[in-house]
Design a binder for this molecule. Structure first.
Ligand code: NAP
Ligand code: MG
Length: 408
């Protein structure tokens, strides 16, 4: 067998939980380590380790991504009360993704993987639709209150240095009701716009952004204006790369998305991104085919699968039952990270090898070997489905023959 491909710089590896932790080890052992000579700086985000370290391991992992520029992350449990009991935790540690996103000031991009025998539910979709979701503020950092009886609710801004407050009446209630206050930061909106532009340039994708500035003439308008200013600032790069920018009203964007063939980046405000990424994910077939990458405004990348730890499958696995968990998105997290490492380091052979893994995955599925989630929706229907490990082994076999034939 030919020599392993050498990477110039380390890749930050973030291990995780449950079924995806099982898959993680298999992917690394069968698809990466035999072929690539790379230093993996490993942080174990396994829930018991986060608990032992008071979650310091998550913060260290984020710092390592900042230092080395590229990370690959396994899905992790975000503990709730049930998990605190199950793992006997000191407390319900926060979501690692939330922690890392905050440290990197990053934007999350989700992109589906397209295979010919799993047709999208939406007939017009032929190319991936990537969603970039702003990950700060709006209703996710809101305050809300029930209004019990008649009375006035106002917005009050008190300048930090003293001075006259500004007051706006929200509503003069004649009876019970409800109110909500939410905010965003100009700096965060700017980072979001920058990250979307960086991603659109890196992937050479047309950039769409939708908001509702006709109704929200100040709040949504700030998003529109900041986005426009950042696009203007990068106009030369965008023109050179042939990347277009298109602002439209969010309802117009939604209507166009379902009629479009795909192949663009859709930048979404926080709530729109939450809702629309689930719509796009299920429209393209399976969570097992959805990848996710966190991009910081200064160009650091963290790749992962969009799905969680697939808990139900893990419990079956623990009982010794055979499982059929789709590892495609996890494999594409690894290939995305390896390809980016190669791109940043100027080692095109590493990037080409990552693409060879991706082609091996797609050929395996299109050749009729797939996990249960896909077998149920594929056309034509395959005779059966592969086990978790069997699927990875089939990919490894295909990859090995490519490598032996010198196709890299
Ligand atoms: P999930 O792990 O995404 O799984 C939900 C269901 O989707 C599964 O039970 C399975 O359906 C299907 N599914 C998801 N990924 C699949 C795959 N690769 N192959 C085949 N089927 C797949 O969500 P969850 O069970 O609600 O959450 C489990 C844990 O993951 C939670 O503790 C949550 O905190 C965590 N989570 C982590 C991340 C992350 O780290 N990025 C994201 C989301 C959730 P069937 O059972 O019908 O087969
Ligand atoms: Mg959602």
């Amino acid at each position: 067998m030919s020599a392993r491909i050498r990477a110039r710089n380390p890749l930050v590896e973030l291990d995780g939980d449950e079924m995806t932790r099982i898959i993680w080890a298999l992917v690394k052992e069968r698809l990466v380590e035999p072929f690539v000579d790379i230093t993996l700086e490993r942080y174990d985000l396994f829930l018991p380790v986060r608990d032992q370290t008071d979650d310091a391991v998550t913060v260290q992992a984020a710092a390592a991504i900042q230092k080395h520029g590229v990370g690959v992350k396994c899905a992790t449990i975000t503990p709730d009360a049930m998990r605190v009991k199950e793992y006997n935790l000191k407390k319900a540690w926060p979501s690692p993704n939330g922690t890392i996103r905050a440290i990197l000031d990053g934007t999350v991009f989700r992109q589906p993987i397209i295979v010919k025998n799993v047709p999208p539910m939406v007939r017009s979709w032929q190319k991936p639709i990537t969603i970039g979701r702003h990950a700060y503020g709006d209703i996710y950092k809101n305050v809300e209150m029930k209004v019990p009886a008649p009375g006035t609710v106002s917005l009050v801004y008190q300048p930090a240095g003293g001075g006259a407050p500004q007051t706006l009446v929200i509503h003069d209630f004649k009876g019970p009701g409800v109110v909500m206050g939410m905010h965003n930061l100009e700096s965060s909106i700017r980072s979001f716009a920058k990250a979307c532009i960086a991603y659109a340039l890196s992937e050479k994708l047309p950039l769409w952004f939708g908001a509702k500035d006709t109704i929200s003439k100040t709040y949504h308008a700030m998003f529109k204006d900041v986005f426009r200013a950042e696009v203007e600032a990068r106009k030369a790069d965008l023109d050179k790369a042939g990347v277009t920018y298109n602002y439209m009203l969010i309802d117009d964007a939604v209507a166009r998305v379902v009629r479009h063939e795909g192949g663009f980046l859709w930048a979404c405000m926080n709530y729109d991104g939450d809702v629309m990424s689930d719509m796009v994910a299920s429209g393209f077939g399976s969570l097992g085919l959805m990848t996710s990458v966190l991009v910081s405004p200064d160009g650091k990348f963290e790749y992962e699968a969009a799905h969680g730890t697939v808990q139900r499958h893990y419990y079956a696995h623990q009982k010794g039952e055979p499982t059929s968990t789709n590892s495609t998105a996890t494999i594409f997290a690894w290939t995305g990270a390896l390809a980016k490492r190669g791109e940043l380091d100027g080692t095109p052979e590493l990037t080409a090898f990552a693409k060879a893994i991706e082609v091996s995955v797609i050929e395996t599925i299109e050749g009729g070997i797939m996990t249960k989630d896909l077998a149920g929706i594929a056309t034509p229907k395959p005779a059966g489905h592969a086990t978790t490990e069997g699927f990875i082994d089939a990919i490894a076999e295909r990859l090995r023959s490519k490598v032996e034939a010198g196709v890299r």
